[in-house]
Design a protein around this ligand. Structure first.
Ligand SMILES: NC(=O)c1ccc[n+]([C@@H]2O[C@H](COP(=O)([O-])OP(=O)(O)OC[C@H]3O[C@@H](n4cnc5c(N)ncnc54)[C@H](OP(=O)(O)O)[C@@H]3O)[C@@H](O)[C@H]2O)c1
Length: 283
C-alpha cells in the first residue's frame, strides 16, 4: 500500500516510515516542509498528488508547555490541522489513522481509561488533541484514533535520557510521584500502528505498552536497570514543579479494543529493557 505519513521528520513519524518499508509498503513521508497541516488547500493538494491508499497522521505541535502559552496555535495545528488532514482524506476516499494522547482525559479516574470513556481535557495541549479527535471522527468515517502516552524514542528529548544524563553527571534528581501513565516505546508503537492499519477496523484504540507507573517509578526502574541503582531520587509532587501546562495526574490507558483485533504491546518494563539495550545506555 502507498501510505502517507505526516510528521515524518518527528520521532514517531520517522519510525513509522521505517516500519512501513520493512513491511513492503510504500511510505510517502511528509512534514512541514511538504505542507502545513493548518493550511487546508496545501494539505488537500499535496495528499491528492501523492495518491495514498492510507494516511497515518502523527504530525502535531507536541510542546505541551508551548501549547499552554499559545492555546489558539495549539488548536490550529493539533485540532483544526487534524481536521484538515481528515477532510482531505475523506474527500479523496482514503482512510486515516490519527495519533492522539492520554491527555484527552482529565486524570481523575481510579482505574485505567478505556477507549470510549468520557474525555475531558484539562490543559490546552490535551484540548487541542481532543479537537483533533472530534474533527477526524466528524469528517472521515473510515478513521482510527490511536491514543498513546509518554513516548521514549531514539534521539531527541526524552525522559529516559534526561534521567540517565543527570545520573551520569551526578546531579541530584527529583521526580514527580503523582503523574501516572503508561511509558511507551516509540519502536513498539510504530509497529503497532502499522499492524492496526492493516486490520481496517475503524474506531478508537489505546496503543501503549502494558502496565503503568508514576514518573518516579519510571525513573527508578531506568536507573536501577541501567547501572545507577545507588543513585537516590527525591520524590516531589507536580504541585512543587511550576510549569505552564497542568498534566492530568492519572491517565493509564487500557487497551481493550486493540486486543480484540490482535494488536497489543509488551509490558513497559520489557520495552525499557529493549530500549536500553538497543541504545547502549548501560553504565
Ligand atoms: N511524545 C509523546 O510522549 C506523546 C505522547 C502522547 C501522544 N503523542 C502524540 O504522538 C504524535 C507523535 O509525537 P512525536 O513525539 O513523534 O512528535 P514530534 O517528534 O514533535 O513530531 C511531530 C512532527 O510534526 C511536525 N509538525 C508540527 N507542526 C506541523 C504542521 N503545522 N504541519 C506539518 N507538520 C507539522 C513537526 O515538525 P517541527 O518539529 O518542525 O515542528 C514534527 O516533525 C503526536 O501526534 C503527539 O501528539 C506523543
Amino acid at each position: 500500500m502507498r501510505v502517507l505519513v505526516t510528521g515524518a521528520a518527528g520521532r514517531l513519524g520517522s519510525r513509522v516510515v521505517e516500519v512501513l518499508s520493512t513491511r513492503g509498503h510504500t511510505p510517502i513521508p511528509a512534514d512541514v516542509a511538504e505542507f502545513d497541516i493548518a493550511d487546508y488547500s496545501a494539505t488537500r493538494a499535496w495528499i491528492a498528488a501523492a495518491q495514498p491508499d492510507f494516511v497515518i497522521h502523527p504530525a502535531a505541535w507536541t510542546d505541551v508547555d508551548g501549547c499552554a502559552r499559545e492555546p489558539d496555535k495549539a488548536i490550529t495545528i493539533n485540532g483544526l490541522g487534524a481536521g484538515n488532514v481528515a477532510a482531505a482524506t475523506a474527500d479523496l476516499g482514503v482512510p486515516i489513522l490519527y495519533v492522539s494522547s492520554n491527555e484527552v482525559f482529565d486524570g481523575k479516574a481510579k482505574q485505567p481509561y478505556r477507549e470510549y470513556d468520557w474525555t475531558q481535557p484539562i490543559n490546552p495541549y490535551g484540548y487541542s488533541k481532543w479537537v483533533g479527535e472530534q474533527a477526524v471522527v466528524g469528517v472521515n468515517p473510515r478513521h482510527m484514533i490511536a491514543r498513546t502516552s509518554w513516548l521514549f524514542a531514539h534521539g531527541g528529548k526524552n525522559f529516559i535520557q534526561t534521567m540517565l544524563g543527570a545520573a551520569a553527571a551526578g546531579k541530584p534528581l527529583k521526580v514527580v510521584v503523582n503523574e501516572i501513565a503508561c511509558p511507551t516505546y516509540n519502536d513498539d508503537l510504530a509497529v503497532a500502528l502499522v499492524n492496526l492499519m492493516a486490520t481496517r477496523r475503524w474506531g478508537v484504540y489505546h496503543m501503549v505498552n502494558e502496565g503503568y507507573c508514576s514518573r518516579y517509578d519510571f525513573a527508578r526502574y531506568v536507573l536501577d536497570h541501567a547501572g545507577y541503582a545507588e543513585m537516590p531520587i527525591g520524590r516531589i509532587t507536580s504541585h512543587a514543579w511550576a510549569r505552564p501546562s497542568t498534566p492530568p495526574e492519572f491517565t493509564p490507558l487500557a487497551n481493550l479494543a486493540g486486543k480484540i483485533v490482535g494488536v497489543t504491546l509488551r509490558p513497559w518494563q520489557a520495552a525499557v529493557d529493549a530500549f536500553l539495550t538497543k541504545e547502549g545506555l548501560f553504565r
